[in-house]
Design a protein around this ligand. Structure first.
Ligand SMILES: NC(=O)c1ccc[n+]([C@@H]2O[C@H](COP(=O)([O-])OP(=O)(O)OC[C@H]3O[C@@H](n4cnc5c(N)ncnc54)[C@H](O)[C@@H]3O)[C@@H](O)[C@H]2O)c1
Length: 336
């Protein structure tokens, strides 16, 4: 298959491309990414010389460029991950989130529709998989988010993701596009940008800086290893039903402060000093959602998806990856 992956230089996209070539080596992948601050294309070094891998630097907000790229590559499937993804940035400057997440998703859908619509026979075979977040459902007091939970996004980030989900849904309902949406919980693993919680804890611990924890650290998130998310996306892309949405979560809820303490314990053993002393409570994020939890029963039951390894193993793998990355950075060698 010829598959366009947008945002393939970002955290989940880059892990997905490595996953894809491991499991579907004959597919041809075009990675479309405009390489924002969040991208790390070097993570894809293992596949850059693969003749089935292509990369183009392009902005999904630039519709004319997108049209040219799509008409040249003619994808049979699209996996759409390109987005502005950090809640704090969306609070400081929401406009780029509206442009990228809402307008960019619309551009991609509309150009795919026009391309795929040319051949009425194959129109419904061309799959569009849209990657979204559990944050579109808002904050929970009890229970967990199912596919039926009404959308109540609270941050500019989640509102723009919700907007993009609605457009995808409308393209299925109105035009019959073979589109699927996945809503996943917090991911962790290799190649996540420094701004996110787990890389921040590890980086701050190594550089002996304060480890910032928002408010009293009581916010709860459901954590999923990125490779498990990639595996779920692979299954949904190949076996998911057109027009459906699938929630993906780790059944693995942690209070932020408990997770930070756990990582600090693991790091204290490795670094041989008490990392916990560096924990520092900082002013809470505006409108900080208290709790997310995802009910993944549907994908577990219908597609037989399960996370492959336990949380502790995946957390250790992740910590090892960041420690190795820091070892290879000249600046860090000085800090250590
Ligand atoms: N990280 C998570 O925990 C999580 C959880 C659920 C859903 N998601 C969703 O998964 C997707 C990927 O998340 P991530 O954590 O890998 O994000 P990320 O910020 O690490 O990567 C996003 C990628 O998109 C690219 N990009 C941004 N704007 C673009 C544009 N206008 N045109 C082309 N490329 C652009 C960036 O350069 C980057 O490589 C996002 O849609 C996000 O909403 C993420």
């Amino acid at each position: 298959m010829r598959i366009l992956i947008t945002g393939g230089a970002g955290f989940i996209g880059s892990n997905l491309i490595l996953h894809w070539f491991k499991h579907h080596p004959d597919d041809i992948i075009l990675n479309l990414d405009n390489l924002t601050y969040a991208a790390n294309i070097d993570f894809l070094n293992p596949v850059t010389s693969n003749p089935n891998y292509r990369f183009i630097q392009a902005d999904i907000v630039d519709r004319n460029h997108l049209k040219d790229v799509l008409r040249e590559f003619i994808p049979q499937g699209v996996i759409h991950l390109a987005a502005e993804s950090h809640v704090d940035n969306s609070i400081k400057g929401p406009e780029i989130f509206v442009l990228t997440n809402v307008l960019g998703t619309f551009n991609l859908l509309e150009e795919c529709r026009q391309l795929w619509n040319k051949d009425k026979l194959t129109f419904k075979e061309n799959r569009f998989l849209h990657i979204s977040t559990d944050e579109v459902f808002g904050s929970l007091e009890s229970g967990s988010f199912s596919e039926q939970t009404p959308y109540r996004p609270n941050s500019p980030y989640s509102a723009t993701k919700a907007g993009s989900d609605h457009i995808v849904r409308a393209y299925h309902y109105t035009y019959g596009m073979n589109a699927i949406i996945t809503n996943c919980s917090n991911n962790f693993g290799p190649n996540q940008n420094n701004e996110k919680l787990i890389p921040t804890v590890i980086r701050s611990a190594i550089s002996r800086d304060k480890i910032p924890v928002y408010g009293n650290g009581q916010n709860i998130r459901d954590w999923l290893f990125v490779e498990d998310h990639c595996n779920a996306l692979d299954m949904v892309f190949h076996k998911g039903k057109s027009g459906e949405t699938y929630n993906i979560g780790g059944r693995n809820q942690w209070k932020n402060i408990d997770l930070v303490n756990k990582i600090c314990d693991l790091l204290s053993d490795i670094l041989q000093y008490n990392v916990k002393e560096q924990i520092s409570n900082v002013t809470d994020r505006l409108g900080h959602d208290l709790r997310y939890a995802v009910d993944s029963t549907k994908i577990e039951r219908e597609l037989k998806w399960r996370p492959a390894k336990d949380f502790d193993t995946n957390l250790k793998t992740t910590i090892d990856w960041y420690l190795k990355k820091r070892e290879h950075s000249p600046l860090t060698q000085q800090i250590i």
